[in-house]
Design a protein around this ligand. Structure first.
Ligand code: TYD
Ligand code: MG
Length: 454
């Protein structure tokens, strides 16, 4: 028999390698690599067996066999992120930092779906049932028809679920689950993978929706949610800044709906409240115009959202100037600074640069480039942009402004929130007349000239 091959995997990103190293080559995490437990050999070592897999011609699938319709929770923000509701026989991963509010969100979701008639199980491997009940009481959900379980043994859980035939199962968290077919500690890559595999198989076999909660881990002792991302149908991340009361549920992968969709919630003493108009919320307190602030008309998923970028530029006391960002990619900031310097002759050397997105929001759309540049220039020149103006456009390395999609939706949202002018790239689809004065610019140099008179 062939010698079993030892493999190693990274607890952060799940990359596998044939040898151990202190740092994962795929994601750069330190100390996250551990040895995988070898799989047992198949029954006889042969590839072909007696049983056959099933096949069916695509054209033979009748509409009757199409999946049953989605169930809506009644929480619009949650339903939108799920792509319009919960799909039966699906597996959903909800990742997020410890303490961000995953258990609260999912208990509320469990109660909402149970209220719509789904047979719902909430299984906590972290808290005792009494603790979950106390949380439910705090959320005013103590009478919700949800079955609670406090267990970590996957075999026991699956045995119960198989008998009970639930419609929705929430597993809080996947890192506490323990499968006796794998010989390693709960939370290890092998255990988390095995548990996720068994639970997703259960979902498909029994037609239940299974939600797996996964803590994002800072160090490699426990496998992070990324290890199971590829096994599930939908990956949602629950994010937010600790100091802020706003939380964003973001779809990063969804087999049943658009990715990049967000749901916005506000943390309150009685749980998470939906925020149906997030634009108002992310713009900070806007009164008189302040230098360093620019409002970006963005698109998150299918919805336009206005967000405020805030920049601070100050002479640096250090030999190497600082660049710090919150809610925006640091290397993208460096690129925009370089373009401003090389194409417009505006240097930032010797200046500390801080860039924030207000309200704890994270922005990754390239269309925000121009808003970032506007905030940086406004801070550097100590000159405020007009308070009634929104900005959007992608900046290319040549300094040209590239048109972006959904101009009309961006302008509509801005008009709805009382903005009266917009700066956008030339080209692309013409925006309709949304009651806004639209200034179209071809490149960053003309933007600097028009807005800052430089
Ligand atoms: P919790 O849901 O336990 O976070 P996670 O499961 O992600 O670790 O929430 C953390 C704490 O925050 C908990 O003490 C309850 C509190 N909290 C509120 O008071 N209001 C809220 O709206 C939320 C979401 C949390
Ligand atoms: Mg929790």
């Amino acid at each position: 028999m062939a010698k079993p091959v030892t493999t190693f995997s990274c607890a952060e990103c799940g990359a596998t390698s044939s040898k151990w190293s202190g740092r994962c080559e795929a994601c750069g995490a330190w100390n996250s690599i551990s040895e995988d437990v070898p799989l047992s050999a198949g029954p006889s070592g042969k590839t072909l067996g007696a049983a056959r897999g099933k096949r069916v011609a695509l054209s033979d699938l009748s509409a009757k066999e199409a999946p049953p319709p989605r169930t809506s929770s009644g929480l619009d923000e949650l339903d939108r992120v799920l792509g319009g509701g919960l799909v039966p026989a699906s597996a959903i991963l909800v990742g997020g930092d410890p303490g961000i509010g995953k258990s609260t969100l999912l208990l509320q979701a469990a109660a909402a779906f149970a209220g719509k008639g789904l047979k719902t199980f909430y299984i906590s491997g972290e808290e005792a049932s009494a603790q979950v009940r106390m949380r439910a009481a705090r959320l005013g959900l103590q009478n919700a028809p949800v079955q609670l379980g406090a267990d970590t043994s996957l075999r026991d859980i699956l045995t119960t679920l198989d008998e009970e035939r639930p419609d929705l199962v929430i597993i809080d968290s996947i890192q506490t689950m323990w499968s006796d077919i794998v010989d390693s500690a709960p939370g290890s890559v092998s255990q988390v993978r095995a548990a996720a595999h068994e639970l997703t198989t259960f979902a498909k076999r029994r037609g239940a929706a299974v939600v797996l909660v996964g803590h994002v881990t800072k160090e490699g002792q426990i496998a992070g949610p990324r290890v199971v991302e590829h096994m599930v149908d939908t990956v949602l991340y629950f994010e937010g800044e600790r100091g802020h009361q706003f939380r964003i549920l973001r779809a990063v992968k969804n087999r049943f709906g658009p990715a990049d969709e967000i749901g916005v919630f506000e943390m309150t003493g009685a749980g998470l409240a939906e925020v149906s108009n997030p634009s108002a919320l992310f713009m900070g307190e806007r009164g008189r115009p302040v230098p360093g602030s620019a409002v970006f008309a963005g698109i998150e998923g299918t919805r336009p959202v206005l967000v405020e970028f805030q920049a601070l530029v100050a002479p640096s006391p250090h030999s190497q100037a600082r660049r710090a960002t919150v809610g925006w990619d640091g290397s993208r900031l460096a690129t925009i600074l370089a373009v401003l310097e090389a194409r417009c002759g505006i240097p930032f050397a010797g200046l500390d640069v801080y860039l924030n997105v207000a309200g704890g929001m994270k922005v990754s759309e390239p269309a925000a480039d121009l808003a970032v540049a506007a905030a940086l220039l406004s801070a550097r020149e100590d000159s405020a942009l007009p308070a009634d103006c929104v900005v959007f456009g992608e900046i290319s390395l040549s300094g040209a402004l590239r048109p972006v999609g959904q101009t009309e939706n961006r302008l509509k949202e801005a008009a709805k929130l009382g903005f009266s002018s917009a700066i956008a790239p030339e080209g692309g689809k013409p925006g309709g007349n949304e009651g806004l004065r639209l200034m179209r610019m071809a490149d960053l140099t003309s933007f600097v000239g028009e807005v800052f008179g430089a």
